[in-house]
Design a protein around this ligand. Structure first.
Ligand code: CS2
Length: 494
């Protein structure tokens, strides 16, 4: 039985006998980055890249302050606080081995609901050059139906009335940028790390909509002093399980309340548009390019959409992890047909990208049996994911009269998934900001399948497209009448 050591700064020397730990002087680092949203993904990605960079001890400007924005984030905040910002990253290699290291890049942490003023001050600090965001696809407050910023969101209304105690990222950024302007400080970069096409553009457009109403005199200053680079971010990071925590204890003797687990693959393609400077992330593997669009399109419409395909079908089959779904021959040929016949024709010529290799590597990544990525995680917040991951493919294919049958099938499968139970009687855990609406329309769809497409904030005007509706109705009825397994076989052979 191993001697168990609690992960914190004081115990690092002891822990370094087991696994690599930060060798740089964490207490000397300035906070150059404020990151909002310190879930697993940030800690497996940006914080990992930054930790690699900080191994070069001459670099001292880029410590990260992690901000937990939502009440829901209390646990992660408390854990980071107890562990001095330290956590273990466990990379689950393709051969089943684990590569572990303690990441030290997060040197400061704030819990916004407890002290909003402190977060605003931190974001306005002269040392801070980048405010980066992982606030999820739904966090941008974009309404698909109106294609505008959603002012009807009660939290946005709260922020407009309580500028000093905001609850949304828009309230925080506005007040922080206002302080920077008032104090005659330089601007900074707002860097989105979310899975959205043109994520930098989206961050800017949504923030500007808010600012125009909240602090209109700030808009010109933001135009000149703040940059919003687009980026494609990638690393599959499942939710940490109790078993991951226990295995780390047993194998390395480290008591870490919230290690992060991820796949070996990682990619970060960024537009080089950092108005106040940036870390030399390219020295640790990030790619800086002029135009991120091709990379984003490819990743969102193949990887993220592929995940949703495996997740939604997998749930209807009764699987609980992505690799289980990927190893089912019918689901995997469904995915190949979708990627090949429906997504690929929408991508055109992606300069600098080898699509064939990319698709091949995706099948391998999805099939990694050691990752055990949860179908529940993938299907969560699908109401925000589908419009970004799948519908752009549908719109483009409809426009160019290409096939949309597999995409329509997935939407039909999602309608059935939203009933909260599959045909085998398994309860499906639906975590979605639109859970109630999804369920209501899913029930209505049992008599009239197109009722589901009335969810305009997801599907816009798709319900008026005859070609789509026909394919969707056929798929829906086929699933209901013949069961998911037979209907997937049918659509694959059509
Ligand atoms: C996933 C992503 O949330 C999802 O549906 O597709 O979290 C995915 O694992 C990451 O984007 C991988 O880079």
């Amino acid at each position: 039985m191993k001697n168990i050591i609690k992960l914190n700064q004081k115990n690092l020397a002891e822990i370094s006998k087991e696994i690599p730990t930060p060798t740089y002087n964490r207490s000397q680092l300035k906070t150059g980055i404020v990151h909002v949203g310190i879930g697993g993904f940030h800690r497996a990605h940006e914080a990992f890249y930054t930790d690699q960079l900080l191994q070069d001890e001459s670099i001292t400007d880029w410590g990260i302050c992690g901000v937990a924005l939502l009440d829901f984030d209390t646990k992660i905040y408390n854990t980071l606080k107890e562990q001095d910002g330290l956590y273990t990253l466990i990379i689950k290699e393709l051969d089943g081995t684990h590569t572990k290291r303690v990441i030290g890049a997060i040197t400061d942490y704030l819990f916004a609901p407890e002290n909003p003023g402190k977060v605003i001050e931190k974001m306005a600090s002269p040392d801070v050059k980048i405010i980066s965001l992982t606030i999820t696809e739904g966090g941008y407050n974009y309404n698909e139906a109106t294609q505008e910023f959603d002012f009807s969101n009660p939290l946005i209304q709260h922020d407009l009335k309580n500028p000093q105690a905001p609850k949304t990222i828009f309230g925080y950024l506005t007040q922080a940028l206002k302080l920077r302007k008032e104090r005659g400080l330089k601007g900074c970069t707002i860097q989105s790390c979310d899975n959205i096409q043109g994520n930098g553009h989206m961050a800017k457009r949504m923030l500007m909509s808010y600012v125009q109403t909240a602090e209109p005199e700030l808009t010109d200053w933001i135009e000149t002093n703040v940059s919003f680079p687009n980026a494609m971010v990638d690393r599959i990071t499942p939710a940490t399980s109790a078993l991951d925590i226990e295995t780390l204890k047993q194998t390395s003797g480290i008591d870490d309340a919230w290690p992060v687990v991820c796949e070996p693959f990682k990619q970060w393609v960024i537009e080089d548009d950092f108005i106040a400077g940036r870390p030399a992330w390219e020295t640790v593997g990030a790619q800086f390019v002029k135009d991120v669009v091709p990379y984003e399109k490819m990743k969102l419409s193949l990887l993220n959409a592929g995940h949703s395909v495996l997740g939604i079908l997998g749930a209807l089959y009764g699987y609980s992890t992505i690799d289980e779904a990927a190893s089912n021959a019918d689901i995997s040929s469904f995915l190949r047909i979708y990627m090949g016949n429906e997504v690929t024709p929408t991508l055109g010529d992606l300069e600098g990208v080898n699509l064939k290799n990319y698709k091949f590597s995706l099948i391998q990544r999805f099939g990694n049996t050691y990752i055990k990525d949860q179908i529940e995680r993938i299907c969560s917040q699908s109401s925000a994911k589908i419009p970004i991951f799948i519908l752009p493919t549908v719109y483009k294919q409809l426009e160019q009269k290409g096939s949309i049958n597999h995409a329509a099938f997935i939407i039909a499968a999602f309608a059935i998934y939203s009933l909260g139970q599959n045909e085998f009687g398994t309860q499906l855990i639906i975590k979605d900001a639109m859970e109630a609406e999804l369920n209501e329309k899913a029930i209505a769809s049992q008599n009239n399948p197109t009722a589901f497409l009335e969810l305009e904030s997801i599907f816009g005007t798709l319900k008026n497209d005859e070609t789509f509706v026909k394919a969707y109705n056929e798929a829906y009825l086929n699933i209901v009448q013949n069961g998911i397994e037979k209907s997937v076989k049918d659509i694959n052979s059509n």
